[in-house]
Design a binder for this molecule. Structure first.
Ligand SMILES: NC(=O)c1ccc[n+]([C@@H]2O[C@H](COP(=O)([O-])OP(=O)(O)OC[C@H]3O[C@@H](n4cnc5c(N)ncnc54)[C@H](OP(=O)(O)O)[C@@H]3O)[C@@H](O)[C@H]2O)c1
Length: 227
């Protein structure tokens, strides 16, 4: 159900990314939604994107994790801090070194929301023993999961269409998680991830939206209105 406190365009920014983020964090990584993992750490790669923006909030406000989000620009760094990130590292820099400098030798969980090919090695280097890495981005070259063997760490995929594509028996869980997130929004625990409303759809703003996405410069979700 749509959050009662949001209009349609602020609501439209949420469902797909919320399902992805919730399933990645709670179903794939196995983080407790009841706070049993309070104080553990998660590295969220691509923190300012649509999935990252809702994941930061779920990890911080619901799971009570220590959240390290990646951001490379002042405006994306400001955005992830406002959403609740405790620390920032730059995904274009040496992430293991930046984490070490911030006193995180290892992290309990890693969520990869951008460029698995580029970020897997860093994720494997910083994941804690028996930790969990989840990606939502298809790889273009082989993923060296053997690097995680000595640590007995686990690698997971998240694809939000798996349930509908295969008609899994737990499909109803997506309805339940969206209802729960609508409740959290109406309780002001979580906020919309709408980053920019580009206005009534036309050829110019549609092109602008595509350009922002293709260049990897979107912050939060872009919304076009007036359908
Ligand atoms: N598997 C699934 O179910 C699923 C669901 C939803 C989305 N997706 C996929 O997930 C990806 C992310 O989508 P999104 O809407 O969340 O975000 P997005 O709009 O693609 O992400 C934009 C952000 O990515 C950051 N970024 C750019 N290049 C990066 C890099 N090389 N490494 C890390 N971060 C980088 C930028 O941050 P800075 O400005 O700080 O650089 C920017 O704010 C897309 O490829 C989408 O197709 C998959």
């Amino acid at each position: 159900m749509k959050p009662a406190s949001l209009d349609f365009w602020h609501s439209a920014a949420l469902p797909l990314t919320t399902i992805t983020a919730w399933e990645a964090l709670f179903d794939r990584l196995g983080v407790s939604a009841e706070g049993h993992d309070t104080g553990k750490s998660v590295l969220i790669v691509g923190g300012a994107g649509g999935v990252g923006s809702i994941s930061i909030q779920l990890a911080k406000k619901v799971a009570k994790l220590k959240v390290i989000a990646t951001a490379s620009r002042p405006e994306s760094a400001k955005w992830v801090i406002e959403l609740g990130a405790d620390h920032i590292v730059d995904h274009f820099g040496d992430m293991p070194k930046q984490l070490k400098d911030a006193d995180f030798e290892q992290v309990d969980y890693v969520l990869i929301f951008n460029d698995t090919d580029k970020h897997f090695l860093a994720a494997a280097a910083v994941i804690a023993t028996q930790g969990d890495i989840c990606t939502i981005i298809e790889n273009g070259k082989p993923i060296a999961v053997e690097l995680m063997k000595a640590k007995s760490a686990a690698f997971h995929w998240e694809f939000m269409f798996t349930c509908s594509m295969f008609g899994t028996p737990d499909m109803i869980e997506q309805h339940k998680l969206l209802t729960e997130v609508a409740r959290l929004i109406d309780a002001s625990t979580i906020k919309t991830t709408l980053g920019r409303d580009l206005g009534k759809i036309n050829a110019t703003n549609l092109r602008e939206a595509h350009q922002l996405l293709e260049e990897g410069r979107a912050i939060g979700k872009l919304v076009l209105t007036g359908f």
